[in-house]
Ligand binder design. Structure first.
Ligand code: PCA
Length: 325
């Protein structure tokens, strides 16, 4: 009898130990379309963690704002409704202007410069996030930002009165300064916004225009290379504290790999998607000289505003970036 009791106790212990170790499920909300390279990178990161932790942590990605809409993802992770997520970093500019370091017009206009700017900003941004109960894991840039319209545009004058889709404070401010009418719309909803005329233009990458087949409504994409905004992946700090050191190491290694792969994909996707816009029937061309000149003047105003808003912290990022250049 004793033996049987002992055996069943051991079995029960093993079972409970097994249960404790059983996969912890991390749902990972993401805002952009499943076919986009950010989502593909997130999916690969999820698989890396799931495999690397031997199933201790099983991450499932939910792209296209299907679990939480883009604008709700950060709060969901801060409050622990979701343990991990991905979001556009500069969308938090309304909380703290420093988050907009990557959207300062014409500061970093290539992938190479964007990587250097990120090196300069990573520590202060991690600190900001840490104060908000979040741990930064990795970040991948969007391709250079250009302007979309449904008509030919050669100057700021031509832009006046246009309904302009914005995605952060910088883009809304750009609309204001060019006499356009800003309306904030998530990337997941832009196809419909353009089809119904709620918006008629935007600043974004060739990537987002391609993902959302905007040639169905818009006609022109002007390459401006205004800035390269970033997505970032972050985890709830309490969830992170409860994660074993061994598993933390796996997550960190997978994050490093994801950042590298994501950067590489971003570069490949830029060319592919800009060609895709043209194949869809759009006129794709560099912005004309007059427009570029006017945008640079406006960009100068926006840069001065941002430096004023962020003070010494913003200046320190710009200085570190300029030193690294
Ligand atoms: N695509 C995202 C952010 C920047 C980009 O290229 C968007 O348009 O929402």
């Amino acid at each position: 009898m004793k033996k049987i009791a002992l055996a069943s106790t051991i079995a029960a212990l093993c079972f409970s130990a097994g249960t404790l170790q059983a996969a912890e499920k991390w749902d990972m909300p993401m805002a952009y379309s499943g076919s986009n390279y950010h989502s593909a990178t997130g999916e690969e990161f999820a698989r890396c963690v799931t495999t690397g932790t031997g199933g201790d942590i099983a991450i499932t990605t939910h792209p296209s704002g299907s679990l939480f809409k883009g604008g709700d993802i950060k709060r969901a992770v801060q409050t622990g409704q979701a343990p991990i997520g991905e979001r556009l970093l500069s969308s938090h500019q309304n909380e703290n202007a420093l988050f907009g370091f990557d959207s300062v017009p014409f500061l970093a206009t290539s992938f190479e410069a964007s990587a250097k700017l990120w090196e300069a900003a990573k520590a202060p941004i991690s600190k900001l996030l840490d104060e908000q109960n979040l741990v930064l894991l990795y970040s991948v840039p969007w391709p250079p930002q250009g302007l979309y319209f449904k008509k030919e545009v050669n100057s700021v004058e031509d832009m006046k009165g246009t309904k302009f889709r914005s995605y952060n404070n910088t883009t809304a401010r750009l609309a204001e300064l060019t006499g356009m009418l800003p309306v904030t719309i998530e990337a997941a909803e832009i196809s419909q916004a353009f089809a119904t005329g709620v918006a008629e233009s935007m600043v974004s990458s060739g990537s987002t225009g391609y993902d959302r087949k905007v040639w169905e409504s818009l006609t022109h994409f002007y390459e401006v290379n205004a800035w390269l905004p970033r997505n970032y992946v972050f985890v709830n700090k309490d969830t992170w504290k409860d994660t074993s050191d061994a598993n933390k190491n796996v997550v960190k290694a997978c994050a490093e790999l994801a950042e590298y792969a994501g950067n590489w994909r971003a570069v490949q996707y830029t060319d592919f998607t800009v060609k895709g816009l043209a194949a869809g029937g759009m006129t794709v061309a560099p912005a004309g000289e007059k427009l570029v000149g006017e945008l640079q003047t406006i960009g100068g105003t926006m840069t001065a505003d941002w430096l004023k808003e962020t003070g010494a912290e913003g200046q320190a990022i710009v200085d570190a970036f300029n030193t690294a250049k």
